[in-house]
Design a protein around this ligand. Structure first.
Ligand SMILES: *Cc1c(COP(=O)(O)O)cnc(C)c1O
Length: 496
């Protein structure tokens, strides 16, 4: 089999797509990337008239190059048949002068569903392809949305167990309830006393803990990841960039081969990186607009070329973007350094040691030719939610609102009038209180009462999966210190 994937940190660590999906992260702590990605091209002419699933098959086949066509077709069918509340999967709507691709119609009302509906099928297929026997233990750190989407995706999937770590007090009430009420015989949820970065670092350490990995393999078990460090998460996210584009062509808003912009509410840099991949695969994208909240480490990086995580961590009204170490940026560094693994390794070592690194002028120029960055804070986010509702009758969630506002700022600053798409990453009902208060001012009633009031006052329906959540039985109550994560994983994995 052709091993087209390699670690960002070493060209000597090679892997097939299916191995990369199973492992989640390379042995040296690097992320798997496809070296010759820019040689591959999606023929956009042929995408016209095709639906979401057909486009998904074409894109995923290209990226997961050791899977058979039949296998991919099966995975796509299982993932996107009757799992989303709309047949289009990711509808594209017009709001004012821009377009919004709604990525939140899946089983947990967040964009993570698009990838996490298919990831379990990609994992089990990879497992069979590599003649594995035993069990895959999926480790996941979440800032709120990945956790629930991963639990829902892997629930009762044969041969797997899933463990989710979330920051205690760092997720919305709806997000927490979604996770702690999770059913399924193989699901495990644990709050940690720390923030998302602590959870993510803890999980990455477990992935590279050789002692533990050896113990596991003796029992025919292995770890994998449901975070966007896994290419099985990233690849399905490329699809909706192509889909959005084709919809705009079909609506007559653009002509085939016209360039468009995407504005993306960004945290771990997974979603927007998928856009960069789409561009490498031939999608006519002018700018990828990286939108941040108060945790604007990416904004500073794109403006200055210096990545510096040594700063205050803010809890914001867009908690899924409250991240200071954006894992997937490592993959972008690989491509903008002209695939220089040594340089990437140096940056990552520096980040580990000093929390900081700086790219050179040439890399910075490449970066700025592709990306624009903006950040907006709480008050502006609340204002844009209110304004958009009052002007257009459209309800933005707090994350989407950040990207919507940054797009406006970009247009004002640059005068660029290219057709632009905002990726909408969550239903407004997932962040009910913040959305409600943006529209109607402070309220001290309970989150679920607010949800119903928001729906009554705006006429927007509450997604089915969020209805009645407050009455569900709490099934997970575990809380642990950061340094107890390993023990917890051992217990769940039956290692002692
Ligand atoms: C995860 C998430 C994001 C951030 O996406 P990344 O891929 O981590 O950059 C933004 N908004 C919502 C609602 C999310 O759940």
């Amino acid at each position: 089999m052709i091993k087209n994937y390699e670690s960002t940190r070493s060209a000597n660590i090679k892997s097939t797509a299916s191995e990369a999906i199973l492992k989640g992260i390379a042995d040296d702590g690097g992320l798997y990337i496809m070296r010759n990605l820019d040689d591959k091209k999606v023929d956009i002419e042929k995408l016209q008239g095709k639906g979401y699933k057909e486009i998904a098959r074409i894109v995923i086949e290209l990226m997961l190059d050791d899977f058979s066509k039949e296998n991919i077709k099966e995975c796509v069918e299982k993932a996107y048949t009757n799992k989303f509340s709309t047949k289009e999967i990711t509808p594209v709507v017009k709001v004012g002068q821009c377009f919004i691709t709604e990525l939140f119609h899946g089983p947990t009302s967040a964009f993570k569903d698009v990838a996490l509906s298919i990831l379990p099928h990609l994992v089990t297929t990879s497992y069979d392809m590599n003649d594995m026997k035993g069990e895959v233990i999926i480790l996941t750190a979440t800032s709120g949305d990945t956790g629930k989407a991963a639990l829902e995706g892997f629930k009762d999937v044969k041969g797997t167990k899933i463990i989710v770590f979330y920051p205690d007090g760092g997720v919305s009430q709806v997000q927490r309830l979604q996770m702690v009420t999770q059913e399924g015989s193989n699901t495990h949820v644990c709050a940690i006393k720390g923030n998302f970065d602590d959870a993510q670092t803890g999980v990455k350490k477990i992935f590279t803990n050789n002692e533990l990995i050896n113990e596991l393999s003796k029992e025919n078990k292995m770890f994998s990841s449901a975070n966007s460090i896994n290419i099985g998460r990233l690849v399905p996210q490329i699809v909706y960039y192509f889909y959005s584009y084709i919809k705009l062509v079909e609506k007559g808003e653009i002509k085939l081969y016209d360039k468009i912009n995407f504005s993306v509410p960004t945290g771990n840099f997974g979603n927007i990186l998928a856009g960069y991949y789409a561009k490498l695969l031939g999608l006519p994208i002018k700018k990828l607009i990286c939108a941040s909240n108060e945790n604007n480490v990416l904004y500073d990086f794109i403006k200055t070329g210096i990545y510096d995580r040594n700063r205050t961590f803010y809890k914001t009204i867009s908690p899924s973007m409250d991240i200071l170490v954006s894992s997937n940026l490592e993959r972008l560094l690989y491509y903008i350094s002209e695939k220089n693994n040594e340089v990437v390794k140096e940056f990552m070592d520096k980040l580990n040691r000093e929390g900081k690194y700086e790219i050179d002028e040439k890399m910075k120029q490449t970066l700025n030719s592709q990306f624009y960055a903006g950040c907006v804070y709480k008050e502006e986010t609340q204002n844009i939610i209110k304004e958009t509702y009052e002007k257009h009758g459209y309800l933005l969630d707090t994350h989407t609102a950040v990207a919507f506002k940054v797009l406006q700022d970009y247009k004002n600053e640059t005068g660029d009038n290219t057709v632009s798409v905002v990726l909408s990453t969550a239903s407004p009902f997932k962040f009910t209180r913040s959305v409600y208060e943006s529209l109607f001012g402070p309220s001290d009633v309970d989150e679920f009462k607010i949800m119903h009031e928001l729906s009554e006052k705006t006429g927007v329906k509450i997604p089915e999966n969020l209805q009645g959540l407050e009455y569900k039985k709490i099934l997970h109550q575990k809380l642990c210190e950061i340094n107890e994560m390993v023990e917890y994983v051992k217990t769940v994995g039956d290692l002692k």
